[in-house]
Design a protein. Structure first.
Length: 160
């Protein structure tokens, strides 16, 4: 008896499923990316993929111990990298933090983070661009990539 009742529902499901033309799928609005990528920042997916892979290597070597594999940081010590203004906002601020380190306490989402972040000025401009791009596009983040020229300009603006 239950099978007899479910047959019309199954038929209805398949009618609805197959009545949708493949061209209709393109009409479904996609969620807009809130972080804008300027034309100079647009990278092909293969170049972005290579930059992300290299950035992950830098992250794993220098950042993972404090900011963790998932970017969550350590409560009370090391700030999270997940959807924060420091990561998604002005990339120059992020680059200055990576280059100079930070001895300032940081308050995010009603939590304080007090651990000192060392300077990574010894890394090359390309390595910093790669790790910056990785951080800005991992852990649920979605922001424009950073290129080595941006790092070079920020580095030059910082007094020694």
């Amino acid at each position: 008896m239950c099978v007899a009742r479910s047959v019309p529902l199954v038929l209805l499901f398949f009618v609805v499923l197959y009545s949708c033309k493949p061209s209709d799928r393109n009409k479904i609005p996609k969620e807009e990316n809130k972080a804008t990528v300027s034309p100079k920042k647009a990278l092909s997916s293969s170049k972005l993929s290579l930059k992300m892979e290299a950035g992950q290597d830098v992250y794993n070597k220098y950042c993972l111990i404090c900011h963790q594999s998932n970017g969550s940081g350590v409560p009370g010590l090391n700030s999270p990298l997940i959807r924060t203004e420091y990561v998604l906002g002005d990339e120059n601020r992020l680059l200055k933090i990576i280059l100079n380190g930070s001895a300032d306490g940081l308050e995010l989402n009603n939590s304080e983070y007090a651990n000192v972040m060392p300077s990574f000025r010894a890394l090359s401009d390309e390595q910093i661009a790669e790790v910056g791009t990785y951080i800005r596009n991992s852990f649920g983040n979605n922001a424009s990539p950073i290129d080595a020229q941006d790092v070079k300009e920020v580095r030059a603006s910082i007094p020694n």
